[in-house]
Design a protein around this ligand. Sequence first.
Ligand SMILES: Cc1ncc(COP(=O)(O)O)c(C=O)c1O
Ligand SMILES: Nc1ccccc1C(=O)C[C@H](N)C(=O)O
Length: 425
Amino acid sequence: MTSSQASPPTDRTRTPARRAAALDAADPLARFRDEFMPSDDVVAYLDGNSLGRPTRASAERLARFTTEQWASRLIRGWDESWYELPLAIGDRIGQTVLGAAPGQTFVGDSTTVILYKLVRAALDARPGRTEIVVDTGNFPTDRFVLQGIAAERGATLRWLAPGPDAGVTPDEVAGVVGPQTALVVLSHVAYRSGFLADAGTITRVAHDAGALVLWDLCHSAGAVPVALDAWDVDLAAGCTYKYLNGGPGSPAFGYVRADLQTALTQPIQGWMGSDAPFEMGPEYAPHTGVRRFLSGTPAVVGMLAMQDMLDLLDEAGNVAGADAVRDKSVRLTTFALDLVDELLVPLGVRVASPRDPARRGGHVTIDHAAFERVIPRLWAQGVVPDFRRPDGLRLGLSPLSTSFAEVQVGVEAIRAALLDETASA
Ligand SMILES: Cc1ncc(COP(=O)(O)O)c(C=O)c1O
Ligand SMILES: Nc1ccccc1C(=O)C[C@H](N)C(=O)O
C-alpha cells in the first residue's frame, strides 16, 4: 500500500462512529474478529502489542492438549511430537511472518534470554571487535542485556539517540559503525514510538562495516512485513505473546541465518541443544543445526496457542492477499491518528509516532502530562491501551482482532477522560 492510499483525506462531516462503521464494513479481514475470545468488560482492546487476545481455536487446543496429549501420551509425547515442536513451530513462524526458510528459526526461552544467547554468540564470533551499537530508545530488556554482556565481556556499548521520528536511520548507523563494531542491535519497530526501521538497508550498512546485526522483532512479527532471508539478516529474536497471540509468557523465537549457525557458540549449553540429548554423554557437543540454540526442556504448553494465530495469519493471506494484514494495520493506525488529530490534539495531546505510514509499525503513541492519571479511569471502563513513561498512551492495534469501532470508542473515551481530568485538576 502506498502512503497516498493509506491516508485518504479525512471526511470530518461524518461522525467518528459512522466513519468507523464504514471502515469496518469495507474491511476484508473483518470476519477474523470472530475468531478471538470475547472479553466481558472490554469495549476497546488497544493493547494487542503487549498481550494479544486468545483465539477461540487456542481455548479448544489447550483443553484438548491436556486430555489427548498430556494425560494420554504422557512421557511418550516427547518422542511422538513435543521434542520437535520448538523447530517445527519455529519453521512455521519463519515461513508465515519472518520471510525465513526452514532450519533457521527456533522457539525457545524468553526474548530476554534469547537476546543474551545470541548477543554473546555474536560477540565471540567477531574477535578483536569490541563495540556493540544500540539505541537509547530500545526496549529496557535489550539495553539491560547488553549492559550486562558489556560488563561481562569487556565490550563497549555505542549508544545512538533516536532521531526526530523517534527511530534510528541507516545514515545514523553508518555514522557509528566501523572496524571496531562487532554487532548492531536494534528493534525493527520501536516499542514506544512505533517507528519502523529500514531493516534491509541498516543490515547492509552493518555488513559493509564487517559487523553482524540482530533485530528485535517483538513488535513486528505478525504485524509488519519482515523478510529476514531477503535482507540477509544474521540474527533476530522476538516475542510470541503480542501479535502472535501465544498467551502470557509464551516462549520467544530466535533466528540464526543458516550459514552462520555452526560458527556460533551459544553460552547456555544445555542438553536440549546438544547433538544427542538422549545419549546422556559425558561432554557437550552442540547440535549441528539451529537446535544448538536451545538449552533446556522446551515450554511445550506455552507453544500451543501461537499455532492458531499462525493458522489465522496464513488464512488471512490466502483469502485477502499477502499484503492484507499490513494494509489493515496501516488503515488502523491512520484512522487512529486522524481521530487523535481531530479529538485529542486540540486538548494538547502530542503525537509521538511517525506520521509516514511507511515508517510506522502497528501501534501509535500519544503523549500528554495527564495520561498517567487518565489510564486507571480508562481501564476501569474497559478501554485498554497502555501507559508508557513518562507521559505516553500507546494504542496497539492488532490487524486480525482490532476493529475500527474499537479505535473510535477508545479515542473518544480518552477525550472524555482527559476533559474530565483536566477539568477536575
Ligand atoms: C522490543 C521488546 N523486546 C523484548 C521484550 C520483552 O522480552 P521478554 O519476553 O523477555 O520479557 C519486549 C516486551 O516485553 C519488547 O517490547
Ligand atoms: N511482557 C509484558 C508483561 C507485562 C506487561 C507488559 C508486557 C509487555 O510485553 C510490554 C511490551 N513489551 C512493551 O513494549 O511495552
